[in-house]
Design a protein around this ligand. Sequence first.
Ligand code: TYD
Length: 316
Amino acid sequence: KDLSAPDRHTFIQGDICDTALVNRIFSESSIDTVAHFAAETHVDRSILGPAEFIQTNIVGTFTLLEAARTHWLDYRGASPEKKRFHHVSTDEVYGTLLPDAPDWTEDTPYDPSSPYSAAKASSDHLVRAYHRTYGLPVSITNCSNNYGPYQFPEKLIPLFILNAVQGRPLPVYGDGQQIRDWLYVEDHCEAILRVMTDGIVGQTYNIGGNNQPPNLVVIEQICAILDEMLPQSPFAPHKDLIKYVADRPGHDRRYAIDITKITTDLGWHPRQSLESGLQKTIDWYLGNPDWVSSIQSDTEFEIWIQKNYSNRGEGK
Ligand code: TYD
């Protein structure tokens, strides 16, 4: 109901591993484009329980590819060029970078570190194989760390915004000097749309926000924005809530993504700086307390927080 034209949309809740359901949707609707976002995405969850990552990310992608192959390539009268299977992936497939190593390009060999990134790498390989083997019209994007409205508060930015507002500790893994590239979610969506409409079939495009600060800088920026917005808060200055905790096993030290290809070939550029994107994100989390409490009151979320943080040792 929040969409601008809800009658142009159909929502079907289902599992991408459900072959019968996926095939029924392909049979009943004349689908010409798949934008495949569905995945298990949280590295910490993949460390504590990898099975779901193998199932959703690998088997789920395989299920969608098989349905597209069956329904599109056997379809007489429509050329496969009028179809597109777009696969949304991650820069984490490239592994980790030493401090002076060049940024990842689309040609960097895959070297994933976690069960999450290994499962995404595997799904990327399947998508490429369906293009080379069957001629399925695919494209792939590998993006950096997303943030913005509606992000589940297991990820760094929403978790830290909500913990800071509610006066809970901000659990910094290791020394907090890990580097990520941060991409505002709407910039990411615009880039995906651009690749689906103008990108060349069979190709991969890297997407990033051109922001590569250490985690502690991001965290301090969140705290500074909150100090300014909530000067009366009993938890200000919010950076006093920082608590160093034991590092994530296999923690990738540095991510940096080269976005030359998408900017020069397709003319896409990120619009948000980290500062403007964080401000929009914090405005959204503070302006949507009902959404926040519906997530935080879910027992599954509570169990996750206990599981990941309660037995974590001290850091630094
Ligand atoms: P995260 O949002 O989980 O994304 P990813 O692991 O895909 O990069 O984490 C971003 C960075 O923040 C990463 O270096 C791990 C770190 N981090 C913490 O220090 N504490 C936390 O509680 C979380 C969730 C992440």
